[in-house]
Write a protein that binds this ligand. Structure first.
Ligand code: BGC
Length: 289
């Protein structure tokens, strides 16, 4: 049998990696730190939905690590007081940040306070209950979309592109995230970073009409497709609510281009899922050493 004759891998809602992990808890907490608001919620990991209302607190300005950690603690406190809070014993808390994050250390800070650079979030959040894990905001959204939203239960490589203050990208292959792709920072048509031209904020700032914005996005996705061919682009960020205004102009790509399905809650859901999987991975590693 040649490789192309192999049947497509079976991808369940939780991705192939999860078959190697202990069963995830039913619920975890996700906290999405944005430029203006920090939002948190209890996530049902079986369904990828929020259990109860999400809680939003304005992100303090300046958004230093200490100030944001205070808001995260307040949100966590409120969520844990709810009847349907995850049990303290297996509590996983995922936190998103708009920067590169490797091993819970922040390695770029283009859209957040500079004092986040080199911040070890495990150390910063060590007094919080549960096991915290931090990841890039677009990666959280992409993971949620690939597992529960526009890519759910389908094998292949999907790229989520979040259009907001910046442009974030997330690559997920067969349900597994390849983190920190940061393709919004590429040079594009002489502009570097590309997000200066392609973000939702740029559209508003430059008062670009929707058809023109759709065409810019079309050229940007073609550029991305040359670098990383994918099966589907999933367009996220607040602007995805207006996708019918600009996606009709995004044509001629090999990949399908679809709006995100989880919109506002994708970051929270993806963060919770990531944290629960990181906790499960840590358990497997400690039992095999
Ligand atoms: C940051 C990314 C982030 C994106 C969306 C970019 O400016 O570099 O890390 O994912 O904005 O918030």
């Amino acid at each position: 049998m040649t490789t192309s004759d192999q049947p497509a891998p079976a991808v369940n809602a939780l991705g192939p990696a999860s078959t190697l992990l202990p069963e995830l808890p039913k619920r975890a907490i996700g906290i999405d730190v944005g430029g203006t608001g920090t939002k948190g919620g209890i996530v049902n990991l079986r369904k990828g939905t929020l259990t109860g209302k999400r809680l939003r607190i304005p992100t303090p300005q300046p958004a230093t690590p200490q100030a944001v950690a205070g808001v995260i603690a307040t949100i966590l406190d409120e969520l844990l007081s709810r009847e349907k809070a995850p049990s303290a014993k297996s509590l996983a808390v995922g936190v998103t940040l708009p920067g590169i994050v490797i091993d819970n250390v922040v390695l770029s800070a283009s859209n957040i306070d500079e004092s986040w650079l080199e911040c070890d979030t495990t150390e910063l959040l060590r007094d919080l209950p549960g096991r915290t894990s931090t990841l890039n905001d677009a990666d959280a959204a992409g993971l949620a979309e690939a597992r529960y939203g526009a890519g759910a239960n389908k094998p292949g490589t999907f790229m989520t592109v979040t259009l907001g203050t910046g442009v974030g990208t997330a690559i997920v292959h067969d349900g597994v995230l390849v983190p920190n792709s940061e393709l919004g920072h590429l040079e594009f048509e002489g502009v570097k970073p590309a997000e200066q031209k392609v973000s939702a904020a740029a559209r508003e700032r430059l008062e670009i009409p929707w058809d023109e914005y759709g065409d810019t996005l079309r050229r940007f996705l073609l550029h991305l497709e040359r670098i990383q061919p994918v099966k589907k682009f999933i367009i996220g960020g607040g602007i995805s609510k207006r996708s019918e205004d600009f996606l009709p102009f995004v044509t001629g790509l090999r990949a399908a281009v679809v709006p995100a399905q989880l919109t506002n809650n994708a970051g929270i859901v993806g963060a919770a899922l990531y944290a629960a999987e990181q906790a499960a991975l840590a358990e497997v590693r400690s039992s095999t050493h």
